[in-house]
Design a binder for this molecule. Structure first.
Ligand SMILES: [Fe+2]
Ligand SMILES: [Fe+2]
Length: 328
């Protein structure tokens, strides 16, 4: 990742969340995470639209991992003795309503920025929840989430290279998401018991999280100037340009889809997918086996990483299986 674990770390000054006394807060957080993992189904859309084989292979593996995480959070609820429940409206809107409109938006806003924000929340749970099995489950999951964020960062860099208008559009959209996150600070100050040693640190954690996200956007190359140094006018102009651009793109693609409809019926003029492009795809052109040694951009093979993808929890008890067996 372009931002290290050390940079993302937040000091809770030793404050902990007790699985019995603070059960309601932990359960609420886990129910939100569970919804986030279920949105892994959206990967199906991006897999169908993947620009190259390397990305398609990464997404296929990511989908497997997100559904392992569903099992992880169900197991955590089981440990806590609480049922799964509906996620908050705002969480459902952020995770599903703000789904990216194209590949660049998906990798920048959902993977690099969005999963980066969630990762920060996972680190906070690991740091504070005073229950060893829950912490162990979360630790295994974050290694995979870090790879998802890393992929988002690298793909965003690739997408914006030589495309300043796209860079500004992604930055404008990211500013809106970060504004939404920063509003949480005031909400938490009003709603959380500020005499609880861990909960009173949450508004500070929100501020830290926004700072880290801004740093990530800078390192990706979405902005050269720190966002904190930008005037409100500059930020507003970026947001207006981003939404104006989205509107224009939406209109143009609607007009094109109407004009090209007869050609699409004949299988012509549709979007190019891997089924059209695979022969010139770098991984195919290189030839040979696509084994562990050719896992470009995929990190270690899941099957080679027993402490990671291979050992995820499921409801009804911890699965000590390995690799594909644990996923079955
Ligand atoms: Fe996940
Ligand atoms: Fe993820």
């Amino acid at each position: 990742m372009l931002v290290t674990r050390e940079e993302m770390a937040f000091d809770f000054q030793g404050a902990r969340l007790d699985p019995v006394k603070d059960k309601d807060v932990i359960v609420w957080a886990v129910q939100q995470f569970l919804y986030g993992e279920i949105t892994g189904v959206q990967i199906g859309h991006w897999l169908y639209n993947a620009p190259d084989l390397e990305s398609a292979r990464f997404l296929a593996r990511q989908a497997v991992e997100e559904f392992q995480h569903v099992g992880n959070f169900l197991r955590i609820l089981e440990i806590l003795g609480a049922p799964p429940d509906k996620a908050a409206w705002s969480v459902r809107f952020l995770a599903t309503g703000l789904m990216g409109g194209d590949w660049a938006e998906h990798v920048a806003l959902e993977m690099a920025l969005g999963e980066g924000l969630v990762l920060q929340a996972f680190y906070a749970m690991i740091e504070t929840v005073d229950e060893p099995e829950i912490v162990a489950i979360l630790k295994r999951g974050v290694r995979q989430e870090e790879r998802h964020v890393d992929f988002g960062e690298q793909q965003t860099r690739k997408a914006i290279a030589g495309r300043p208008a796209l860079r500004r559009r992604l930055l404008g959209l990211a500013l809106v998401s970060l504004w939404g996150v920063s509003r949480l600070e005031a909400f938490m100050k009003k709603r959380l018991p500020m005499d609880h040693p861990a909960l009173k640190r949450l508004p500070d954690l929100v501020r830290h999280t926004v700072r880290i996200a801004e740093l990530r956007l800078m390192r990706i190359g979405l902005t050269e100037a720190p966002i904190s140094s930008m005037s409100s006018g500059r930020k507003l102009a970026l947001v207006a340009e981003a939404y104006g651009g989205k509107l224009a793109l939406g209109l143009a693609s609607w007009v094109l889809s109407v004009l090209l409809f007869p050609l699409r019926l004949l299988g012509l003029a549709g979007p190019k997918r891997l089924t059209d492009t695979y022969l010139s795809d770098p991984l195919v052109a290189r030839g040979g086996r696509l084994g562990a040694g050719a896992e470009a951009g995929m990190g270690n093979s899941a099957e080679d990483d027993p402490g990671d993808a291979g050992e995820q929890a499921g409801p009804g008890g911890r699965q000590a299986g390995h690799g594909a067996a644990a996923r079955a």
